[in-house]
Design a protein around this ligand. Structure first.
Ligand code: DX5
Ligand code: ZN
Length: 232
């Protein structure tokens, strides 16, 4: 194991991006998503995270392209769409046409990631690659020049409200080092258990893009201020 190759006691150089809070509507009211969207609009953020679950890749279900389309009609936010699907290729065009601005696919899937990422870019949209907590940073390395964002899951995907997993911090640092070494500018996003206490720790390890569901809807102003302060 080379787990201590990047000692966290040495401060890392900063990310190429200022810190960005990305509320996850998973923690909103699914019988009144328009109201949850308004809460997000009032907070002054520019991105929204949308979790798409199929009941196979993860043991939960959320919503599909129709919901994205209906939210799109009510919002100019940048839609950051996180696909948790066994077969993302089947619905990729539907999500792109519905109004996704960035689509992330999971690294764990046995498919041709390069082709799917190329397809997303050819539609004029941004690309993301997602790593589950047990997937090593190195799984993303061959694809880093094809992505606009790497999403490091800091919980096992499927449900909001879970506890942040500490072991993901080293993975963030590895990806951030690789980004610097290769002069790449992809965003480094974290998702799962992100709050006022865990966001600064992720930031210190190279994360710049912070998905938050439970903590955001609990106190939007507090989390917005905390994440804005990371860039000060
Ligand atoms: C979980 C989703 C997350 C979720 C995070 O599978 O990918 O985006 O909304 O929720 P919290 O912030 O509550 O951990
Ligand atoms: Zn997510």
């Amino acid at each position: 194991m080379s787990g201590s190759a990047f000692p966290v006691t040495t401060p890392l150089p900063p990310s190429p991006h200022p810190p960005l809070l990305v509320p996850s509507i998973l923690a909103g009211d699914h019988a009144d998503l328009a109201a949850s969207l308004e809460t997000v609009h009032r907070s002054g953020v520019s991105w929204l995270h949308l979790d798409i679950m199929d009941g196979h890749f993860v043991p939960n279900l959320t919503f599909g392209p129709q919901t994205i389309r209906d939210l799109r009609r009510r919002s100019r936010l940048f839609f950051d769409v996180h696909l948790m699907l066994d077969q993302p290729a089947d619905l990729l065009d539907a999500f792109l046409e519905a109004g996704a601005d960035l689509v992330s696919i999971h690294a764990e899937l046995d498919l041709d990631h390069a082709t799917l990422l190329g397809h997303i870019r050819s539609a004029g949209k941004q690309t993301g690659l997602v790593l589950n907590p047990d997937t090593p940073a190195e799984a993303a390395f061959p694809l880093l020049d094809q992505v606009d964002l790497v999403l490091v899951m800091t919980v096992q995907p499927g449900f909001g409200g879970q506890a942040f997993r500490e072991e993901c911090l080293d993975k963030l640092a590895r990806l951030h080092r690789e980004r610097l070494d290769r002069s790449l500018t992809f965003r480094l996003e974290v998702d799962g258990g992100i709050d006022a206490a865990t966001a600064p720790r992720c930031h210190a390890h190279g994360a710049d893009t912070f998905v938050a569901g439970t903590a955001f809807f609990k106190n939007p102003a507090e989390l917005s201020a905390r994440i804005a302060a990371l860039g000060a």
